[in-house]
Write a protein that binds this ligand. Structure first.
Ligand code: HEC
Ligand code: HEC
Ligand code: HEC
Length: 164
């Protein structure tokens, strides 16, 4: 039922944005997606709406489930163009409901854990206290990153052993 609802909502999202006129004048019932800067995606918005979660699929999942180390998209890179601002023109972090990644997710009740570890603003923006409050151990120290990487690699070799 939940899956069906999500699918329906996704369709609403997709259909809602097809006619160019509607994309500019989105109904108040649809999520208000912050405007982006830079070149649009060659594959188009519809493709990205549907597939962004797979394009960014984590090392963790790719290496463990498929033994694939190729990453198609950089999460940090998203905010070079998708840096949402508040009314005062300040770039917002994932803590704000105006953040790009929350525009649709809040609408469809999806929650992601990405910003426990990854930054949610472009390079150079100080995420400061609000980000630290999200997860107390932020920012990650070099040693923390090494232990995450070691953990991921350990998982990958276990999967490889299991396959033999
Ligand atoms: C070089 C700039 C740039 C980068 C980097 C970029 N985008 Fe985009 N993205 C755009 C533009 C421009 C649009 C079109 C926005 C519009 O139509 O209002 C867009 C549209 C989208 C859409 C559809 C939004 C809508 O209004 O329907 C999604 C989803 C999206 N991007 C996700 C991502 C993710 C996830 C990343 C990082 C992996 C990313 N983008 C990186 C520029 C970029
Ligand atoms: C244009 C709307 C839109 C934007 C903007 C958007 N998402 Fe999504 N995202 C969705 C929808 C809808 C789903 C749920 C799809 C489903 O469950 O079938 C989703 C699901 C996901 C998932 C999978 C979550 C899960 O539990 O399965 C990840 C990861 C994700 N998004 C990451 C991001 C990140 C990171 C950003 C910002 C860079 C972002 N999304 C921006 C619409 C969007
Ligand atoms: C437990 C911490 C942690 C969480 C949570 C996490 N990541 Fe990562 N992620 C890492 C580490 C560590 C790396 C490897 C370091 C690097 O390449 O910068 C990485 C690398 C990546 C990369 C490739 C590097 C890049 O340029 O972005 C992507 C894409 C990515 N993560 C996406 C995600 C997404 C999407 C989520 C949420 C669904 C997520 N991550 C959640 C720790 C995490």
């Amino acid at each position: 039922m939940i899956l069906f609802l999500r699918f329906t909502l996704l369709c609403v999202l997709l259909i809602g944005a097809v006619p160019a006129a509607m994309a500019q004048d989105r109904s108040a019932l649809l999520p208000d997606i912050p405007a982006a800067t830079g070149e649009p995606h060659a594959e188009g918005n519809e493709y990205w709406r549907r597939n962004h979660m797979d394009l960014m699929r984590h090392d963790r999942d790719l290496t463990m489930r498929e033994g694939n180390r190729k990453i198609d998209a950089s999460l940090k890179g998203c905010f070079d163009c998708h840096a949402a601002k508040d009314g005062e023109g300040t770039i917002v972090t994932y803590q704000s409901e105006q953040h790009f990644c929350r525009a649709c997710h809040d609408y469809v009740a999806v929650k992601v854990d990405c910003f426990m570890c990854h930054r949610s603003t472009p390079d150079g923006v100080d995420e400061g206290a609000p980000h630290a409050a999200l997860v107390p151990q932020i920012p990650l120290k070099e040693t923390d990153i090494q232990s995450v990487v070691a953990y991921l690699q350990q998982g990958a070799s276990k999967t490889a052993e299991a396959k033999q």
